[in-house]
Design a protein around this ligand. Structure first.
Ligand code: MG
Length: 287
């Protein structure tokens, strides 16, 4: 089996990902308008949030509040970001929550504020509750983890992050050959476990999660359903798992961070620095 597209330097997983993105774009052609720069649409966004009660601010973490790092364990949230989140969460009628692919505890430790909610594994767990995963899927996950801890050691710059009910393989710091090798090794090792586990693509990551973990779309719908229908909901994210949240929240304010050909978000911001500027402006507006 040909696993790598040498001409373009893409791995099989990346090609699969591009194919899905192109298909999503085709499906939507003629439908959704292109994402609008959020600061250009500021009046509309501010008005909607100001006149809604309550307000729910849902934020992805990596690539949204904090810049992506070669070494994900080196990620830190800036003091400015903490200040902004604290102020927003202290504003009357505002609920702030982080919805991340990392574990809920990891994100809580990175943010370190008591006033906001933490949802990990794409919103399927919070600090207190883990999702129900079948024994079969747990066993498959344990076996996949055992493989990943050893099987990826030979690929320089490829890292393993244990997330409890799943794991992430990071390859931002790896060269092309190592990425191709790791991709092939991962696909081969996961082949007998695909009945129980899914592999997801993110920005320079592959994630292995039990099939029962439904993703951010389902998670944010469940969260928003706990609020009155008058709630003003804002969601900001930067990556493929966030697209499911954007699609699920199509009645609300959705912002994708970074340029993307195909997005379900209505608005975009260029980078995490602009996200902080945006949250600062919003915080002032809602005071
Ligand atoms: Mg992200």
């Amino acid at each position: 089996m040909l696993l790598s597209d040498k001409a373009r330097g893409h791995t099989a997983l990346e090609r699969h990902h591009h194919k899905l993105a192109r298909a999503a774009k085709r499906r939507r052609s003629g439908g959704n308008p292109k994402a609008i720069y959020a600061f250009k649409a500021w009046d509309e966004i501010a008005e909607r949030m100001k006149t809604s009660d309550p307000r729910v601010v849902l934020l992805d973490f990596d690539g949204t509040l904090a810049p992506l790092r070669k070494d994900p364990t080196a990620t830190k949230l800036s003091q400015r970001a903490k200040r902004l989140l604290r102020r927003l969460a202290a504003t009357k009628g505002v609920t702030v929550a982080i919805v991340s692919g990392r574990s809920a505890r990891t994100v809580r430790d990175l943010v370190g504020l008591d006033q906001i909610g933490y949802f990990g594994l794409h919103g399927s767990e919070n600090i207190k509750n883990s999702p129900d995963i079948s024994l079969e899927e747990r066993r498959a996950l344990q076996s996949a983890k055992r493989w990943a801890r050893r099987g990826l050691r030979d690929f320089q710059g490829v890292g393993f992050e244990d997330k409890g009910l799943g794991f992430t393989i990071h390859y931002r710091g790896a060269g092309n050959a190592a990425v191709r090798g790791a991709s092939q090794a991962l696909l081969a090792a996961m082949a007998p476990l695909r009945h129980a586990l899914n592999i997801h693509n993110g920005k320079k990551i592959w994630e292995v999660l039990p099939r029962q973990i439904a993703g951010k779309g389902f998670a944010v719908q469940k969260m928003v359903a706990q609020f009155p229908t008058t709630a003003g909901v804002l969601y900001i994210g930067d990556d493929e798992p966030d697209e499911k949240a954007f699609a699920a929240l199509d009645e609300h304010i959705t912002i994708r961070v970074g340029k993307s050909e195909a997005t379900h978000a209505r608005f975009y911001l260029r980078n995490p620095t602009e996200v902080l500027q945006f949250l600062s402006k919003l915080g002032r507006e809602l005071q």
